[in-house]
Design a protein around this ligand. Structure first.
Ligand code: SAH
Length: 398
């Protein structure tokens, strides 16, 4: 049988030599051996020299994702077991291995498993298979995950639109063990959170904001807080537990806010200390401004406003608009915490947009610190695209 092999155009091996793991279709000169979607192929340079072993994604612009640069490494059970063990060891090193807590256990390219995302919620795992290669190996990945982690159950949440780009249908459901309870309860920094892993956003909880919750809680004592785009109120729970005076949560999702109320109650926070509003943040912030409302802290954690290069200018304008509205709502000495989870937004650009928003609002804040995704979402230096979440903490003078 002819070896399944991808030959590159001359000069197109450069990114692979720098250990980047994505191969774009434009780099390919020749495909030999009729590989099927997800099948393993060898990638060779124009002279036929081995470069890497990869998964074939014919439907995607991202035509191959690299498994290994080592010609001796086969893509088998042992390969997946080793990568999974390495990812778990890293979270243990971070001390993100509290059995009652949760974390991102496997983060795709950063863990050299491109297209696989696994979140751990206590004894349960939620998996997403996002590429043809991961889909091809899904049975052995599930088996290895179950064996290595000892999870009670593994639930699939491959209901994300990126699968369509790979020609894969969306899929959800239990793939191993017993059904996880609904809600699942996890602990983080002494707080308890109820998570609906079946219907919640992402896999149910924003683990990527863990380090930001800690940073923001440290500044929250005695403050009145507006928590915009609150989802299930994780920032509210963290800040109120740290002694914040009062929090208003705003989100357009009624189920998310119902879960927020449950989370606050579970953490014994009395109803006099919070208010949940199902509303559009832009409208509500404008209304508050007109009403002359003021807060000591405003948190803005919106969804991704920039999905593609084409949406960049419009997305930047949206980030700037809410930051301006946020600044206008602050008391003297007030703190703005604003985030962008758009990968196409650089930290420099985000800081500039925030600075422009301050000028528009007529305020003169100081930058206290930069925030970023929690370390259980690490970034491979060879694949900087994995860095997506950035935030700023700024403060107005007294
Ligand atoms: N801060 C949250 C995560 C926020 S995710 C946490 O730490 O857990 C973004 C949230 O914004 C989602 O819950 C979504 O329902 C909400 N959302 C999106 N657009 C909105 C809008 N225009 N107005 C209000 N909420 C919105």
């Amino acid at each position: 049988m002819e070896k399944k092999r991808i030959k590159l155009n001359s000069g197109r091996e450069k990114s692979l030599l720098r250990r980047h793991v994505w191969l774009f279709s434009g780099a390919i000169a020749e495909v030999a051996g009729e590989p099927q979607p997800g099948e393993t192929v060898d990638i060779v340079d124009a002279a036929g020299k081995f470069l890497a072993r990869a998964a074939w994604s014919p439907e995607s612009q991202l035509a191959a994702r690299i498994w290994t640069f080592d010609e001796k490494e086969e893509i088998d059970d042992a390969f997946f077991a080793e990568r999974i063990r390495r990812a778990i060891e890293f979270r243990r090193f971070l001390k993100f291995d509290d059995p009652k807590g949760g974390c991102r256990l496997i983060y795709s390219e950063a863990d050299q498993l491109p297209g696989l995302v696994v979140d751990r919620y206590g004894d349960f795992l939620v998996v997403q298979f996002l590429s043809a290669g991961m889909e091809f190996h899904r049975e052995r990945i599930i088996a290895q995950l179950a064996e290595i982690t000892g999870a009670k159950g593994i639930y699939e949440r491959s209901d994300v639109h990126v699968r369509a780009r790979e020609g894969l249908p969306e899929r959800t459901g239990l793939v191993y063990g017993v059904q996880p309870p609904n809600p699942l309860i996890i602990e983080e920094a002494g707080a308890r959170y109820a998570v609906d892993i079946r219907h919640g956003q992402k896999s149910g909880f924003y683990f990527d904001q863990r380090s930001s919750r800690e940073a923001v809680a440290a500044l929250a004592t005695g403050r009145t807080i507006l928590n915009a785009f609150s989802y299930t109120g994780a920032f509210a729970v963290a800040t109120l537990r740290a002694g914040a005076a009062h929090v208003i949560n705003i989100d357009s999702s009624a189920p998310a806010l119902a879960q927020a109320a449950h989370n606050l109650e579970m953490n014994r926070i009395g109803p006099e200390r919070y208010e949940n509003r199902v509303a559009d943040v832009f409208t509500e912030l404008r209304r508050f401004t007109e009403e002359g409302r003021r807060f000591d802290m405003v948190i803005l954690d919106p969804p991704k406003f920039i999905e593609s290069q084409r949406a960049l200018v419009r997305g930047c304008r949206a980030y700037q608009d809410i930051a301006r509205l946020g600044y206008r709502l602050l008391n003297p000495g007030g703190v703005l915490v604003n985030f962008s989870c758009s990968g196409l937004m650089t930290p420099e650009l985000f800081q500039k947009i925030t600075a422009d928003a301050a000028v528009e609002a007529g305020v003169h804040p100081l930058l206290i610190r930069h925030l970023e995704q929690s370390p259980d979402h690490p970034v491979s230096l060879a694949v900087p695209e994995g860095f997506y979440l950035k935030g700023l903490i700024t403060r107005l003078p007294e």
